[in-house]
Design a protein around this ligand. Structure first.
Ligand code: ADP
Ligand code: MG
Length: 319
């Protein structure tokens, strides 16, 4: 089967039909219309076999995750998903694999009203890049730099489940099914990002671990933070793992959570409950932005937690 047949059969028409797509897959460029008075939010993520996923992983889940990580970036700035492009490097023309991959990607695209409008296909070691595009009213995007001392720090969902599933997999023992679902099919918090526009003072998605990503919200002169570890939202499985080894790395410094971390001026705290309902996920205050002092994580017994590691860094952590 030729490259063009593969594209036509499996990658054309993925996701939602949209009136703002003037020219879809099939020409040299997609032609797209951005609504008046909006900015285009653009982000790209690459997943490399053996680095970001196991080469033999379920292709449907991989299709889902390849798009989910980009949708999580759109969520973090409060953008409404619109389009995606896909650069695929495949070791061969495995139709069953590609059909399953396209199925996982296409279902998540449809669920978010997004259209796959183009891409590139090459032969080589398995590697997937997805670029996502979304809309945000001009000037209304959530940014990393807006937090102030006194703001509440909140996170969505629960932390550390993906890290737990990865750890269990690497140890070769039994894996917790719910944790594995979080690792393989993360839920991007798109509705939450939209609901936080005009409410949150700063936001980021947690892809490298809370400590590393919250650190990005503090990268302004004079900002620090205090996080109370007893308040972290944890699944029973992650709470159990911490109880047995007393290491907080799972919820603080393992990757792939794809929850949002955001800050909230104290005067807007009463809006949190309604936003959680609109977003369909739990929202938990875990601490406060402070004046200076870096990031302090307070253990349940009142002591300070010192990280063994702060998050994954492809260059610093490479073997
Ligand atoms: P060109 O050679 O002009 O770059 P291609 O032959 O690579 O175009 O692609 C033909 C059409 O198929 C283009 O519209 C392109 O966007 C689309 N396409 C190619 N690969 C993919 C892919 N992996 N996913 C989605 N669309 C793709
Ligand atoms: Mg061309």
């Amino acid at each position: 089967m030729s490259e063009f047949d593969l594209i036509r059969r499996h990658l054309t028409g993925l996701g939602a039909a949209r009136a703002d797509v003037c020219v879809d897959i099939g020409d040299d460029c997609a032609l797209l219309r951005v609504p008046d008075a909006h900015e285009l939010a653009v982000s790209i993520d690459t997943l490399v076999a053996g680095v970001h996923f196991f080469p033999d992983c379920d292709p449907d889940a991989l299709g889902h995750k390849s798009l989910a990580v980009g949708l999580s970036d759109l969520a973090a700035v409060g953008a409404e998903p619109a389009w995606a492009t896909l650069a695929l490097t495949l070791p061969g023309a495995d139709e069953a694999w590609l059909a399953a991959f396209a199925g996982g990607l296409g279902r998540l695209a449809l669920a978010h009203g997004l259209r796959l409008v183009g891409g590139d296909t090459t032969r080589g070691p398995l590697c997937i890049s997805v670029q996502v595009h979304g809309f945000v009213p001009a000037g209304a995007a959530l940014r990393r730099g807006g937090a102030s001392p006194g703001d509440l720090i909140c996170v969505s969902g629960s932390l550390g489940d993906a890290g737990l599933a990865l750890r269990q997999h690497l140890r070769g023992g039994p894996t917790d099914a719910a944790a594995r679902a979080r690792l393989e099919r993360p839920t991007p918090r798109v509705a939450l990002g939209l609901a936080l526009r005009g409410v949150a003072s700063a936001a980021i998605d947690i892809s490298d671990g809370l400590v590393a990503d919250l650190g990005h919200l503090l990268a302004q002169p004079g900002l620090g933070a205090r996080v109370d570890l007893a308040r972290l939202p944890l699944s029973a499985a992650v709470a159990g793992a911490i109880e047995s080894d007393a290491h907080w790395d799972l919820p603080l410094a393992s990757g792939d959570d794809y929850e949002l971390c955001f800050t909230l001026p104290p005067a807007r705290v009463d809006r949190l409950a309604a936003i959680a309902v609109r977003a369909g996920c739990a929202l938990t205050p875990i601490g406060e932005i402070t004046r200076d002092g870096g990031l302090r994580c307070i253990l349940p017994d009142g002591g300070d937690w010192h990280p063994r590691r702060t998050g994954f860094d492809h260059f610093a952590d490479a073997p």
